[in-house]
Design a protein around this ligand. Structure first.
Ligand code: SAM
Length: 214
């Protein structure tokens, strides 16, 4: 496939996302701008604009575009928001967050994935994304509070440190359930109350860490 083919496939994906109910045009524009084919291994690039998760190495995946778009829509990110992403993976969602104008902080537990995400993001001009290798279930205390947090691995429950690092009025999207299947939740903080809204069923790789799976 050449660049024009990728562009066409990307435009089709955006139409599919709209048909599935994604309405936020800022999110759709971001999906239109970020070249997902650059975030997957070269031999997978021709599938990059199918609405599917794809392997990125270390047994991990770049999430399904619909789930990513739904999460970003629910987070209502506005320009200048400080956003924490747990599970950098390929860096794709971090790039979308940067396109939405967020100040992005992202944590990945595998150094190897973090290294390739870092160089990919820099090559594509997303050099403002701040990245850390470590256990994202503990959050990023020095940079808290965050106006939004997106957890892109399946958790047994909502990690307490993430709950505490969410700003008042902040939004968090997190999949919780068992190791193989989860429910995606929007959690909104008002004072010291956290209100949950159900988004959809989903299947993420496990969130492994002190406040996650062991
Ligand atoms: N958002 C990513 C993207 O756009 O490519 C996809 C994330 S992938 C579904 C989940 C990622 O979470 C994996 O790369 C995995 O290594 C990472 N992960 C799992 N547990 C973690 C933890 N406690 N802290 C940080 N990263 C973690």
């Amino acid at each position: 496939m050449n660049e024009a083919d990728y562009r066409q496939a990307q435009a089709r994906l955006v139409e599919e996302l709209k048909a599935q109910g994604i309405k936020d045009h800022r999110v759709l524009d971001a999906v239109r701008r970020v070249p997902r084919h650059r975030f997957v291994p070269r031999h997978m690039a021709r599938w990059a604009y199918l609405d599917r998760p794809l392997p990125i190495g270390r047994g991990q995946t770049v999430s399904q575009p619909y789930i990513v778009a739904l999460s970003l829509e629910a987070l209502r990110v506005t320009s200048g928001d400080r956003v924490l992403e747990v599970g950098t993976g390929s860096g794709y969602q971090a790039a979308l967050l940067a396109e939405l104008g967020a100040e992005v902080f992202t944590i990945e537990r595998y150094e190897e994935l973090a290294d390739s995400a870092r160089s990919r993001l820099a090559e594509l001009g997303y050099s403002g994304v701040r990245m850390q290798v470590g256990d994202g279930t503990l959050g990023w205390l020095e940079e808290a509070p965050f106006q939004a947090i997106v957890v892109s691995a399946g958790a047994p429950g909502i990690p307490r440190p993430l709950q505490e690092q969410l700003d008042l009025g902040g939004r968090m999207v997190i999949p919780t359930g068992d190791r193989w299947s989860q429910d995606l939740w929007l959690v909104e903080r008002a004072d010291d109350q956290w209100r949950r809204t159900y988004l959809c069923p989903c299947a993420f790789v496990p969130l492994v860490g002190k406040e996650g799976w062991h």
